[in-house]
Design a protein. Sequence first.
Length: 294
Amino acid sequence: MESLRLSDREDGYFGVDGGPVGSGNISASKIVASNCLLKLPESGVIRYEKATFGDVGADIADDCVEITSTDALIVGDCGVELKVRPGKQVVRGFATTLTLDLLDAYIRQGRLRRTGAIRTTAIRNSGPHGVDGELISLTTHAVDHIDSFGNGRSGLLMEALLLETFVNLLIAIGALELRNGITTAAASVARRAQDYIHEFYADPLTVTDIAQATGVGVRQLQLSFKQCLATTPREYLCGVRLDAARQMLLNHPALNVTEVAGECGISHMGRFAKEYRRRFGEVPSETLMRSRAH
């Protein structure tokens, strides 16, 4: 997943504890910051930002939203700047981060789809007894025990809990709207194409290859993916390859990054590093180093 970027201020400070949970498509973090500007780019990521002490200003397009210790903020898939005021003030808080890919996959399981983008929304009266209380509790627990939830069965269970709680919160505050409407034909096409991609992702596939294997034209394939998965066949294939590469980096430390990329059908190393970092918040070599350290 895309990580935060800190502005170049010598007297600024930004500290974070926590990290990825489960498959790496969700992260839970505690944050301490002062005198800094955090840039949250458009990155296919949804964030829940909670201030527990101090005030934060959020610049969203032409609007500025003030977030205090009684507030939280859902940051949709858009560029946002979070500002901690200059001076000696320290801000404390935490964040839960979720990729759009995981969100859409979860929605599809219920035979639903999003009607549009996730809306950036301020949550007033936020806290343990507020509408976001369950997410606060789960995020805090995940951060405090991140070594237990970073991988394995426990991590996947915590990921599932965070995901369900996050989605329920988005629906409750109106940041996410869902509807039925996936046709049987579109669902069938998308499902056949997904099965083919998961089986042959390591091959040098094109969208035309996937369409031919699925028995439809390229246009119908693209429309089915848009309706059912809110993505394109190419983006879905890229996501499958990146997920496979991450699992290989974590589980086969003897391999190098180039070997892993080749095994997963990835040929452009520069693009691989950029897309991997956008999805998981670190470059492939960092994942491999952590794997080797264990």
